[in-house]
Design a binder for this molecule. Structure first.
Ligand SMILES: Cc1cc2nc3c(=O)[nH]c(=O)nc-3n(C[C@H](O)[C@H](O)[C@H](O)COP(=O)(O)O)c2cc1C
Length: 204
C-alpha cells in the first residue's frame, strides 16, 4: 500500500503533524507499505492563477512543487490530508494546495482513479464548539470529492491550542491510532454514516 500524507501546518511536530504521525504509526512498518509525507509549506506551491491551462492539458502550467504532488496523488492507494483551522478555515498552504488540485479534474471528470483509494481528513483546532470546524471540514472534503475518493473518514480534534497539546491528549492519540488501524486493515469508509453525512467522522 502506498500512503501519501500531506501536512497543512507549518508547525513540524505540532498537532496536525502529531496526529498524522500517530495514524502512520499503525501502517508504516507493515511489509509492502510505502509512506511519503510532505509538509505543504516546505514545497514551493504557488497560488492558482485561474489561467485555464488545466482545462486543456493534464497538468497545471506552473512548474513548482505541485508537479510532484500530482504524481503522488495519482499513484497513492491512500491519502491523508490534514490542516489546522485558521480563521475558521483550512490553513493558507492547504487552501493553495486545494486550489491547485482543480487540475486533477478535467472536462471528462476526475483525472485521478480515486475509486480504489482510501482517504483520511484530519482537522485540528483550538475551539471546542463542534460547529466551529464545519466550514473547514467541508473545504477538506472537496479534495476527496474532486479525486472521486469516496471511502473517506475524518478525524476532527478540538481544544488543541499550544504546539504540543495533542501529545497530552490520550483521546486524540487513541482516535488517530484507530484511524491508522482501520487504514492498515483497508476498512476505511466502510461503516455507516454519521450525522454529518460522512462515513466515519470522529470528533474528539
Ligand atoms: C493564524 C492562526 C489562526 C487560527 N485560527 C483559529 C480559528 O479560527 N479557530 C480555532 O479554533 N483555532 C484557531 N487557531 C488555533 C489552531 O487551530 C491550533 O493552535 C491548532 O492546534 C494548530 O495546529 P498545528 O499545531 O498543527 O499547527 C489559529 C491559529 C493560528 C496560528
Amino acid at each position: 500500500m502506498r500512503v501519501l500524507a500531506l501536512v497543512g501546518s507549518a508547525r513540524v511536530g505540532g498537532n496536525t503533524d502529531t496526529i498524522i504521525d500517530e495514524i502512520l504509526s499503525q501502517v508504516e512498518h507493515r511489509p509492502g507499505t510505502r509512506v511519503r509525507k510532505y509538509y505543504l509549506h516546505q514545497l514551493d506551491l504557488r497560488p492558482c492563477r485561474g489561467c485555464g491551462h488545466c482545462r486543456e492539458h493534464e497538468w497545471c502550467a506552473q512548474e513548482d512543487g505541485m508537479r510532484e504532488l500530482y504524481g503522488e496523488i495519482r499513484s497513492s492507494d491512500a491519502i491523508i490530508l490534514g490542516s489546522p483551522v485558521y480563521m475558521g478555515q483550512v490553513s493558507g498552504q492547504t487552501k493553495i494546495f486545494l486550489d491547485r488540485c482543480y487540475a486533477l479534474r478535467g472536462p471528462a471528470g476526475s483525472r485521478v482513479a480515486g475509486a480504489d483509494k482510501l482517504g483520511i481528513a484530519v482537522l485540528v483546532c483550538g475551539a471546542r464548539d463542534p460547529e466551529h470546524p464545519r466550514p473547514a471540514l467541508r473545504t477538506l472534503r472537496v479534495f476527496f470529492r474532486l479525486c472521486e475518493i469516496s471511502r473517506v473518514e475524518e478525524l476532527v480534534a478540538q481544544g488543541l491550542g499550544p504546539r504540543h497539546a495533542a501529545r497530552e491528549r490520550q483521546d486524540v492519540l487513541f482516535a488517530a491510532r484507530e484511524k491508522g488501524r482501520r487504514l492498515a486493515a483497508g476498512i476505511i469508509g466502510i461503516p455507516g454514516r454519521d450525522a454529518e453525512g460522512a462515513p466515519g467522522s470522529d470528533h474528539v
